[in-house]
Design a protein around this ligand. Structure first.
Ligand SMILES: [Mg+2]
Length: 383
């Protein structure tokens, strides 16, 4: 019996081992008929920055780097992956993905300080980390959520990215696709916001809910004013009502002044920021973006800490199919009542890479090894 356990441990250790021969990046820009609008900028196409890692035995894994803004910055991040991260880890031996993540983080520490680019570098590292986890899960023959200890393959979801124009049309399409929870963007002027929120709230069917995202668009005073009228409509949360660097007393004051739960965290850049909110609890829903910071290696422990502290972990994701799949596996593994963010704006490549199995507001993850994404579609991008 003891020998059997030892063998299993050795097998697991071998599967977790990281010894890369190649790290590649490819940027895919998918045309759209309707630009995606936020309160801070417009996307005229949908960029997806893919990462592919290959190990010494030829097994490959795929990752994705957040790269939406600035629009010109996606190409730069692709170069960061191939010229700054790849050469620092290829040919080196790591006992497991977390050790490799720590090495990437340490090796790029000075460059991060020197360039003043902690964000792009963190995003590039996150994409490589996702690819490495996909690779080790494939080697283990397990879907990633199960490798990470998930007890379920079903997670609740919400439709995200609902633009301020054509709100009810977008909601109808999302509902037809299986969504039951809908997140509207606000911060486009008082009257537009009031009209849209009232229309969405009136359109909901029994059992449906709605959420709001201001994308850091309000000052503390504006956020307080908006939440006074928003409260009556009962949204599930208001996301990023103020800039992420607003001081903590202002967050505490806003939270004390409203019954609307507050969400945020997609723009935190360090473990310390998540730890501070886990302790201070000025947010109710906390939203790390796995392709923007931390990958699986850092976001899983952060998410589990949040759940343990009584906060709700809800993955942020507005990108391609790998980022969405990775967020789903992480949510299943982290536990808690959080919802998966599913962008409903047009993005054919995202849908091809990871076709959601969505029914009545719930996503079911497949049993395919790794992220369970469409590898043929990804290979075309690297051809
Ligand atoms: Mg957001």
């Amino acid at each position: 019996m003891r020998q059997k356990v030892t063998q299993m441990t050795d097998a697991t250790m071998t599967q977790m081992h990281v010894n890369l021969t190649r790290v590649e990046a490819r940027l895919v820009r998918t045309p759209v008929s309707t630009p995606v609008r936020t309160s801070f900028g417009i996307m005229h196409d949908r960029p997806t920055l893919l990462v592919r890692v290959t190990d010494a035995s030829g097994v490959q894994g795929y990752g994705e780097v957040w790269c939406n803004f600035p629009v010109c910055g996606a190409e730069h991040r692709a170069k960061l992956v191939e010229t700054e991260i790849g050469p620092r880890i290829v040919g080196q031996e790591f006992s497991d993905p977390r050790t490799c993540y720590a090495a990437m983080d340490a090796k790029l520490h000075i460059l991060r300080l020197q360039t003043g680019e902690p964000g792009p570098i963190a995003q590039a590292i996150a994409g490589v980390d996702i690819a490495i986890w996909d690779m080790v899960a494939k080697r283990a023959g397990l879907p990633l959520h199960r490798l990470l200890g998930a007890r379920t393959n079903r997670i609740p979801a919400y439709a995200s990215g609902i633009n301020p124009t054509g709100v009810l049309d977008t909601v109808a399409r999302a509902r037809a696709a299986g969504h039951r929870n809908f997140k509207l963007k606000v911060g486009f002027g008082d009257q537009t916001d009031r009209d849209n929120v009232a229309a969405l709230a009136a359109d909901l069917r029994p059992g449906e809910t709605f959420l709001l995202d201001a994308n850091q668009g309000w000052s503390p005073d504006q956020a307080g004013d908006a939440l006074r009228w928003i409260e009556a409509f009962g949204p599930r949360w208001i996301e990023e009502p103020m800039p992420v660097d607003t001081d903590i007393p202002a967050w505490d004051a806003l939270k004390a002044a409203t019954t609307v739960p507050i969400a945020g965290g997609e723009n935190f850049l360090t473990r310390a920021e998540y730890d501070r909110v886990t302790d201070g609890k000025w947010l109710d829903f906390v939203q790390p973006d796995i392709a923007k910071w931390g990958g699986f290696s850092e976001c899983l422990p952060v998410a589990r800490n949040l759940v343990e502290a009584g906060l709700t972990y809800c993955p942020h994701s507005l990108g391609g199919g790998i980022a969405l799949a990775a967020s789903a596996h992480l949510l299943a593994a982290a536990g808690g009542p959080g919802l998966l963010e599913c962008d409903v704006n047009e993005n054919d490549f995202r849908d091809e890479v990871f076709a959601l199995d969505l029914t009545e507001g719930w996503v079911t993850l497949s049993d395919k090894p790794g992220l369970g994404v469409n590898v043929a579609a990804l290979e075309r991008a690297f051809a």
